[in-house]
Ligand binder design. Structure first.
Ligand code: HEC
Length: 132
């Protein structure tokens, strides 16, 4: 009965499906949409970039295997977070800017600017905002 084996997440939002597929599960399919609706390709690329830029040397990020750092806060469920660094409204545009130049938003923050390009920052923001 192949039809009966279709998981409950069939028909859910495609970007979340991509994330859920990477996680090997469907649990995200039942949840509310995050406050961004980025294309799945951006979300998937963002996940790879988080590993490539080694954000995980300071942050724990679910589904990014090498991201287990504890210098910065965990980025688990970041899509549900209202504020970046407790101060800046968490939206695609502000999060992209934070990833490129955190000190332009929160002067004095210890999060370093890491030379991230606008496209790369946009995709990493898309991934982080899809984390529920
Ligand atoms: C050298 C350590 C370090 C690196 C590397 C680093 N961060 Fe951070 N990050 C921090 C610290 C510390 C904070 C907390 C800043 C604050 O609250 O002012 C932070 C905060 C954040 C926040 C907001 C978290 C929150 O709870 O509001 C995000 C999102 C974030 N970083 C993403 C990234 C991304 C994406 C990268 C890779 C491009 C990265 N960080 C690389 C140290 C780092």
């Amino acid at each position: 009965m192949p039809v009966a084996l279709l998981p409950a997440c069939a028909g859910s939002w495609t970007a979340l499906l991509a994330v859920a597929a990477l996680a090997g599960g469907c649990e995200l399919g039942e949840r509310k949409l995050p406050h961004t609706a980025a294309p799945a390709a951006q979300v998937a690329r963002g996940q790879q970039l988080l590993a490539q830029y080694q954000c995980g040397s300071c942050h724990a990020i679910p589904e990014v295997p090498i991201a287990r750092g504890t210098v910065g806060p965990s980025l688990q469920a970041f899509g549900r977070r209202s504020y970046i660094a407790g101060q800046v409204p968490n939206r695609p545009d502000t999060l992209t800017r934070w990833i490129m130049a955190p000190q332009s938003l929160v002067p004095g923050t210890v999060m370093p600017a890491m030379g991230v390009s606008p496209d790369d920052a946009r995709d990493m923001a898309a991934y982080l905002l899809a984390l529920e």
